[in-house]
Design a protein around this ligand. Structure first.
Ligand code: NAD
Length: 386
């Protein structure tokens, strides 16, 4: 039995709706396998600005630092969108990622056969699509120096700086390469080395790390514009893609369309493998979508990205592989039964509510565990062991 503490940050828009279903499934796992899970809720993003005038209150940061893992919904929305505002919801998210030191953001993309029809791509292109994008999360242009200045004649000039150090590149490439070793052994590094200096350092460092430490892997380099095209042309060829912060942000939204909807993709953000507490590796888990203000409050958001993020949490932070797999199997079983929200429903198909989907998946988790238990019991009885 494990005793787990999870910081829960629902955030804004559809965040609270999808996180409620993520925690429902987490509680079902805990009950089924007899783990103790303490859920501690905190504010982040726009709701934190309203309450405390900061997007990441100290109390929230403390909660996250003390927890074994963090489950987050999404932040932002039109209410806090004023570009002149002194604080913005995204600062909470960026600040949290940086404070927790979670530099490797894993975004798995797999296409459930039931969802192929929801993708704008032809079904034959989607066969065998199964890859992970490892996005660098705490460096690059999102964290570089920003400046706005007024020029003579009334013009304004804005500057965002993109910087990367060798160490920042090495550690995320190693994380991606380790992952590729557990999969099909292929690593694709994405940059813009024909134009950007940071990308030239990225390519040289990746080549060296792969050659010296991972000679068993097949390494390919792609320019980001070519990668955007190949993701649609030959998505099944990819295994692990590693790239810098902004390229990863953009490419994974594109990749989400392979899987049918932004609403179904999960993510895990991890720091140093050495940063393990009580045998657990702290991580931040969140769906890749935003706060979807256009559908917030209507109970129709797809909670699958959040629920699959819980599966990643069970696996990567708690080492609970069996439980993580059960959640993924429960999602697949629910989809097989036609349990779909509006974003992935086919024309004329019934659209399930966020809560109905969460309840169905939580029920399937418990059922699958019971079936697996029965199977094990009958297998053990055939060998005479009970
Ligand atoms: P979005 O991801 O919120 O929404 C894009 C489209 O996808 C919308 O039509 C939305 O309805 C749909 N969608 C997203 N998630 C869905 C789900 N779970 N189920 C069904 N449909 C879903 O992106 P956006 O509209 O560009 O941004 C909205 C706000 O979210 C902005 O304030 C933005 O800054 C913020 N944002 C936050 C994060 C984050 O918290 N990690 C990420 C991206 C955007």
């Amino acid at each position: 039995m494990h005793s787990l503490t999870v910081a829960v940050l629902p955030g804004d828009g559809i965040g609270p709706e999808v996180v409620a279903e993520g925690t429902r499934v987490l509680r079902a796992v805990a009950e089924t396998w007899g783990h103790e899970v303490a859920l501690r809720e905190g504010l982040i993003g726009g709701c934190a600005i309203d309450a405390h005038r900061t997007a990441l209150p100290d109390e929230t940061l403390r909660l996250c630092r003390e927890a074994d893992a963090v489950l987050l919904g999404a932040v932002g929305g039109p209410r806090w969108d004023d570009p002149a505002a002194p604080v913005r919801p995204e600062q909470g998210l960026l600040g949290l990622r940086q404070s927790l030191g979670v530099y490797a953001n894993l975004r798995p993309v797999a296409v459930h056969p039931r969802l192929a029809a929801a993708s704008p791509l032809r079904p034959e292109r989607l066969r065998n699509v199964d890859f992970v994008v490892v996005r660098e999360l705490t460096g690059g242009i999102y964290f570089g120096e920003k400046r706005r200045e007024r020029l003579d004649g009334g013009d304004e000039r804005a500057t965002d700086t993109c910087t990367y150090t060798t160490r920042e590149i090495e550690r995320v490439v190693r994380a991606a390469a380790e992952l590729a070793r557990t999969r099909r052994g292929k690593l694709t590094s994405v940059d813009k080395a024909n134009v950007l200096e940071t990308s030239r350092l990225w390519r040289r460092t990746t080549t060296r790390v792969a050659r010296d430490e991972f000679p068993d892997l097949a390494l390919e380099h792609l320019l980001v514009d070519a990668c955007a095209m190949h993701l649609l042309r030959r998505p099944a060829d990819f295994d692990v893609i590693v790239t810098e912060n902004m390229f990863g942000d953009i490419l994974t939204d594109e990749a989400a369309m392979l899987a049918g909807s932004l609403g179904v993709l999960p993510s895990a953000s991890l720091g140093e493998a050495r940063a393990v507490r009580n045998g657990m590796r702290r991580g931040l888990y969140e769906p890749i979508h935003g706060s979807a203000p256009d559908i917030a409050g209507r109970g129709i958001a797809n909670p699958i990205g959040t629920i699959l993020s819980v599966a990643l949490m069970l696996r990567h932070s708690f080492g609970l592989e069996k439980e993580g797999h059960a959640v993924e199997a429960a999602v697949a079983a629910a989809l097989d039964e036609g349990c779909v929200s509006a974003d992935i429903a086919l024309p004329g198909e019934r659209c399930w509510s966020t809560e109905e989907i969460g309840r169905t998946i939580a029920d399937r988790v418990a059922n699958l565990a019971t079936q697996a238990g029965r199977l094990k019991l009958s297998l053990d009885s055939t060998t005479g062991r009970l």
